[in-house]
Each structure stands twice: as structure tokens, then as C-alpha cells.
Design a protein around this ligand. Structure first.
Ligand code: GDP
Length: 416
């Protein structure tokens, strides 16, 4: 059976922790989209790790971590991370890389930087990891699949052709140094050496695993609101962040995805630019994003965005995370609606309307204590349970897990 762990919001919801936790009972963990542009922070017996490309299952001996075809694979970053994990005492993870995954090329990263420079203040807040140029090339059909590394003649010819096009842009639009196709080819040969032992037909591997009754976990990156179709376009990422895309980005039958765990944070936070209705201005922004180190923007829990985010994911279970950090507040405002042009709505609008939305806040009493270490739902303070139940009623999806700390065991299960 296939389970997906995905985000309801803008990313950084704590998906890494939930995946790491659920991976204990899984056989295979698959990354199906995105690249090294976001990170998952995982705290376990080996220490604290920020993973960007490796699947969060790498900490268990019994799991295979898979890079699906939908991923933007930065090969040197992937192996740097792999080596770091191993050097810190984690047993060498079993990994498999799809022969259909495409490669983040060195020039994708350059183009990302050059374009941000060119756009200046009008930029999309890219992390400059080459993700947008990578997916643009993929869909323009000038990307490089991992499988292409193994046909040197064709590869050389394609690198030459691609550099010709890229160099026109470099010369006339960006006024930057030109690409040398020989250098790029040599770099790709190094990539080939690195990936060769791990490359395989992932969709076939997963198909066979399902027939053998194996448990597969799909690990999403970022959240619903960063989806290029359903998110806050254009301040989105370049690959779909939705569980539905898991079927495509891993190569699985869609009907096999039986459980969709949508991770939803007990308050709102976002990294980078874009409309963020429940934002608290002048807050201390005490957290920092795992990959970019860019400060997170903080906001009150947003029922409108989260209900929408959960709906688009096809949520069967909500994992409600980071609830413990609200313990110090006397009272907690929650955004239950958006006021747009004088009308209140609870449905998430398109970006142009979103820019005009003002939050409608309702205030709940705080619980004023530390809830870490609590294992049973009934043992949570009454006001804390009321907060959970208030949110659950407004989003309309069952909260079956509550995370009250960063560790694997900081979890409260709730039967619904
Ligand atoms: P991801 O990209 O969705 O995996 O999220 P990140 O890893 O970027 O951000 C989540 C942060 O919250 C990490 O630093 C986690 O260790 C931490 N975290 C996850 N769940 C909890 C929780 O329930 N309580 C607290 N205090 N921290 C948590």
C-alpha cells in the first residue's frame, strides 16, 4: 500500500519529522518532486540533520530511499548529503535513482542566479538552486535524463546543441561568460560515475514491491500553496507539490495511494515572498528555514488556506505539528475567514484576490504550559484540545496525529 506525506501550507510544516516517524513501518520511501531547494529538518538518535535531496527514510536500515523521476536531481548535492549522513554514523542507506529522473545541470544554477539579478526587485524569491530553469528545460524537452549519461556519443552531441542555445541567452540577455560544452560533458561524466551503481527502473521496482505487499511512503516537498497550478502563482515552486502528482513523479498507479497524511502546522510560516494573509508584522520570527537560512515570515493559523491546502491534497489524515511552541501565549488568534472587497469568505481565492484579502480573526484562550512529553490526547490541557478541535472543525479534515516536539516520539495519536 502507498501512503503520502505532504504539506498543507507553504512548506516547513514538519513533513520531515512525520516521514521519518512513519518510515519506521515502511519498506520504501520515495521523493517524487522538487529538488535541493527546500529542506527537511530531522532530529533522531543520530543527531539533527537538514536533508534536501535524500528521502527522510535514510535513517532506517530496513528501508530503500528512492529518487523518483519527478525530482530535480542535483547529483553532487545528493552525494554530499549521502556522505555526510554516513560520516555521522548512520549505516549506509540503500538508495535507488530513477533512470528517468532529470539532472540539475551546473548552468541551471547559473541561470537561476542571473535571472534573479536581472529581475532585481521583481524577482520570484528563488532559492537559486536552479529549480525553475531545470523544470523549464524539462518541459521544453531539452533536459537531461539520468539514462542519457550512459550513451556518451548522443550525450556529447546534445550537450553541444544545448550549449549553443544557452550561450545566445548568456551573451545577449545576461552578458555573462559562455558555456564550454567540453567542460559540461566532463562534469556529466563525473556525475555518471557517482550515480551508476544506483540507477534503476523505479516504476517497475515499485510495481513489483506493491505486488509483494510492501509499504511505500511518498515524501512531498513544500506544500499545497506552493503548487504551480493550485498555489499562490507565480510565487510558487516549479513542480507539483500535491499527493496526486506522487503517482506521476514516482511512476505508480494513482489508485494505490490509500492514505494521504497532510502535515499542517499549528501556526503559519512562510519563507520567501508571496501573499500571506494571516502574517504577523513586527513579530520576532524566531525560526529559520532549513535550506536557505532566510528568515521565516510568521502568522496565525490560517483555516482558509489550510482547508484549501488539505482539500487539494485529498487528505485522509491531518498531522498537526509544532503545537508545543504556542504554549507561552495568553491568547491565540486564528484566521477563520478572508475579507475581500467588504465580503467575508472561507474559500481560498486566486492570487489577484488574495492580494486584497484581510484576515478575519477569532481569538481562543491559550493553555500557558509546556505540552511536550504528553502522550495521550486526553492529557492535553483543555484549552489546547479546544484549539485542536476548533481548527479541525474549520478545516473539515480529521486531525489524527498531533506533534508536540521535534523528536520521533513526540507524537500523540488520536482515533477518529
Ligand atoms: P519540512 O520541510 O516540512 O520537513 O519542515 P522543516 O523541517 O523545514 O521545519 C520544521 C521544523 O520544525 C524543524 O526544525 C523540525 O525539527 C521542527 N518540528 C517538527 N515538528 C515539530 C513539533 O511538533 N514541535 C517542535 N517544537 N518542532 C517541530
Amino acid at each position: 500500500m502507498v501512503k503520502a506525506v505532504v504539506g498543507a501550507n507553504w512548506g516547513d510544516e514538519g513533513k520531515g519529522k512525520i516521514t521519518d516517524m512513519l518510515a519506521e513501518k515502511a519498506d520504501i520511501i520515495v521523493r517524487f518532486q522538487g529538488g535541493a531547494n527546500a529542506g527537511h529538518t530531522i532530529v533522531n538518535d543520530y543527531g539533527k540533520f537538514a536533508l534536501h535531496t535524500l528521502a527522510s527514510g535514510v535513517f532506517y536500515n530496513h528501508t530503500t530511499s528512492v529518487i523518483g523521476n519527478g525530482v530535480a536531481l542535483n547529483i553532487p548535492v545528493f552525494f554530499k548529503e549521502y556522505n555526510e549522513v554516513v560520516s555521522r554514523g548512520v549505516p549506509a542507506p540503500k538508495i535507488m535513482i530513477s533512470d528517468r529522473a532529470q539532472i540539475v545541470m551546473p548552468y541551471h544554477i547559473l541561470f537561476d542566479q542571473y535571472e534573479e539579478e536581472r529581475l532585481g526587485g521583481k524577482s520570484f524569491g528563488s532559492t537559486k538552486s536552479g529549480i525553475a530553469p531545470f523544470y523549464s528545460d524539462k518541459y521544453a524537452k531539452i533536459g537531461f535524463q539520468v539514462s542519457e549519461l550512459f550513451d556518451e556519443e548522443l550525450l556529447k552531441e546534445k550537450v553541444k546543441r544545448t550549449c549553443e542555445t544557452k550561450n545566445i541567452m548568456l551573451e545577449h540577455l545576461y552578458h555573462k561568460p559562455l558555456l564550454d560544452p567540453n567542460e559540461i560533458f566532463d562534469e556529466l561524466m563525473k556525475y555518471k560515475e557517482m550515480v551508476a551503481p544506483y540507477v534503476g527502473d523505479v516504476s517497475l521496482f515499485l510495481w513489483n514491491a506493491l505486488k509483494e505487499g510492501k509499504e511505500i511512503l511518498l515524501e512531498g516537498q513544500l506544500g499545497s500553496l506552493k503548487d504551480p497550478d493550485h498555489g499562490i502563482y507565480p510565487m510558487v515552486t516549479s513542480s507539483s507539490t500535491l499527493a496526486g502528482y506522487g503517482a506521476v513523479g514516482a511512476g505508480l498507479p494513482p489508485y494505490e495511494i490509500k492514505q494521504i497524511v497532510t502535515v499542517c502546522k499549528a501556526y503559519s510560516s512562510a519563507v520567501g515572498a508571496g501573499a500571506f494573509v494571516s502574517e504577523i508584522f513586527g513579530g520576532d520570527g524566531g525560526e529559520f528555514g532549513a535550506t536557505t537560512g532566510r528568515p521565516r515570515r510568521m502568522g496565525w493559523f490560517d483555516c482558509v488556506a489550510s482547508k484549501y491546502g488539505c482539500r487539494l491534497q485529498g487528505t485522509t489524515d491531518v498531522a498537526f505539528t509544532v503545537l508545543d511552541v504556542l504554549g507561552y501565549l495568553d491568547e491565540i488568534p486564528v484566521c477563520t475567514g478572508y475579507e475581500i472587497d467588504g465580503k467575508v469568505t472561507t474559500e481560498f481565492p486566486t492570487t489577484t484576490l488574495l492580494e486584497k484579502a484581510k484576515p478575519v480573526l477569532e481569538t481562543l484562550p491559550g493553555w500557558k504550559c509546556d505540552i511536550r512529553g504528553i502522550k495521550k490526547y486526553e492529557d492535553l490541557p483543555e484549552n489546547c484540545r479546544k484549539y485542536v478541535e476548533f481548527v479541525e472543525k474549520h478545516i473539515g479534515f480529521p486531525i489524527t496525529m498531533i506533534s508536540n516536539g521535534p523528536g520521533r516520539d513526540d507524537i500523540i495519536y488520536r482515533n477518529k
